[in-house]
Design a protein around this ligand. Structure first.
Ligand SMILES: [Zn+2]
Ligand SMILES: [Zn+2]
Length: 461
């Protein structure tokens, strides 16, 4: 019912909203059970405009000190400094997330929501040529002198959330609930320990915070996150009603046969043939075992190795691959079927297969009703937001938060006006148009001020 207001042109937004407020008042008892409309607070425009220079400067500052997953020491110190200066309670010392920072606004209030920003950078050499381009080096999985840069845009995530936190702290009495600012390390993975080389990789990033009990500790009822995205106009926001990003997992299969003379294959067990058959059989899992009406799945064997030379039948073979899905059931089915198919295919050849699954990130699934409420609130707060089924194909550990509570992960476009085929996130030329950042600040504040969920007979749309 607040759609005419939300759709009003930006210049007449406040007037239109006042008009709506009057209508709501006139409607009286019928509308008493409805939740309050998500009207933009009077101070928002002025605050966001006043913060803009500082917001851009903060992003450029953080851009020049990128740090790899679980090593974000300077970044952590800067986040703590800004939150404390704003009078926000700060906590650190989370298990397996030593560089995480959690800020809490209005700890005395209930109905808590979390706003999440990831804080780590990538082991990539930046080639944007920007005056504030990163020259930083770091250590990745023990390798020293690795180029490090914020080529996924987590510098923007931090700058937007810190700015939103500063603004909300100044208006804390008007923020209706407890707001938990989650500055999470290692979204791109742990840069200290290589999880592919250890038997039981330690939890990291969002998963570590979830295992440490973040949700319960702060009473978090919803998580919200924003990711900046190339190939989307600066300032435009898209929100999925369900799956927003895919799951990502890895597998390694080692096949053991029995080496023999290539001229006498009957005297051994051909691991190459068993491996080749396994590659084919793995593809049949997608075509025969998953409900394609439910979503999609991918199994790719990216590396296959076997044998020594032409006249020796291989006694062992190995392969590594990646698994993707956009539905939790499909992911579960793929993870269950891969060991079954690999082991039984090997057995059919008289060989054996050892399968190692490395579960990386689940599917990021938005709560549909909350996504709709969020888009409505974003529009009311002056953001060009819409519901979209766009899935950029990547994966995110926000998915661990989204499994804890109904949550929403939003995409914010950062392409400069006129940009065509802009370099994607993780490209060494990924660029953020700073005009996009203000929308992210507005979106965080809109999420923090989201009206209460409608009652049983109330409708918020
Ligand atoms: Zn990334
Ligand atoms: Zn990212």
């Amino acid at each position: 019912m607040n759609k005419p207001c939300a759709a009003a042109p930006r210049t007449s937004l406040n007037l239109a909203r006042r008009g709506c407020a009057a209508l709501v008042a006139l409607a009286g008892a019928v509308l008493m059970s409805l939740p309050a409309a998500a009207a933009e607070p009077r101070w928002l425009d002025a605050e966001v405009r006043a913060a803009d220079d500082g917001l851009v400067a903060l992003r450029h500052e953080l851009h020049q000190v990128p740090e790899l997953g679980n090593q974000e020491v300077r970044t952590q110190a800067r986040i703590i400094e800004i939150l404390k200066a704003a009078g926000i309670e700060v906590a650190t010392g989370f298990k397996d997330a030593p560089t995480a920072v959690v800020g809490v606004l209005n700890p005395q209030k209930g109905d808590a929501i979390a706003l999440r920003a990831d804080i780590d950078a990538l082991p990539i050499k930046e080639n944007t040529g920007l005056p504030y381009a990163s020259k930083a080096r770091g250590t990745h999985w023990g390798r020293q002198g690795v180029d490090v840069s914020h080529m996924c845009g987590h510098d923007a995530h931090m700058a937007m959330l810190l700015t939103a936190a500063q603004i909300m702290a100044r208006h804390r009495d008007e923020i209706p609930r407890r707001v938990v600012f989650v500055f999470q390390p290692a979204e791109e993975g742990d840069s200290i320990e290589n999880p592919f080389l250890v038997k039981n990789p330690r939890p990291s990033g969002a998963r570590a915070l979830v295992l440490d009990g973040l949700t319960k500790k702060y009473g978090i009822e919803h998580y919200f996150g924003i990711h900046v995205m190339a190939r989307l106009k600066a300032g435009e926001m898209l929100v999925a009603e369900g799956p927003a990003l895919n799951s990502a997992d890895a597998f390694e299969i080692r096949i053991k046969g029995e080496q023999a003379h290539g001229a006498m294959p009957w005297t051994g067990v051909d691991a190459t043939l068993a491996a080749a058959q396994t590659v084919v059989s793995l593809q049949q899992i997608v075509s025969r075992n998953i409900n394609l009406a439910e979503g999609m799945g991918v199994i790719t064997v990216g590396k296959l190795s076997a044998g020594e030379t032409g006249n020796v039948m291989a006694g062992s073979a190995s392969m590594v691959g990646t698994i993707r899905a956009n539905h939790p059931d499909i992911r579960a089915r793929l993870l269950a079927r891969i060991p079954e198919v690999a082991q039984n295919t090997a057995r059919a050849h008289g060989a054996s297969a050892e399968v190692k699954l490395i579960e990386i990130y689940p599917v990021t699934v938005n709560d549909a009703a909350l996504a709709r409420r969020t888009v409505s609130a974003l529009k009311d707060f002056g953001v060009n937001a819409s519901i979209s089924s766009w899935n950029p194909g990547a994966s995110e550990d926000f998915s661990f938060f989204a499994r804890e509570a109904p949550s929403v992960f939003m995409f914010l476009g950062v392409d400069a006006p006129g940009a065509v085929n802009a370099p994607n996130n993780h490209s060494d030329q990924f660029r953020i148009d700073d005009s996009a950042l203000a929308a992210g600040v507005r979106a965080h504040i809109a999420a923090a001020m989201l009206p209460e969920q409608p009652g049983q007979d109330g409708k918020n749309q």
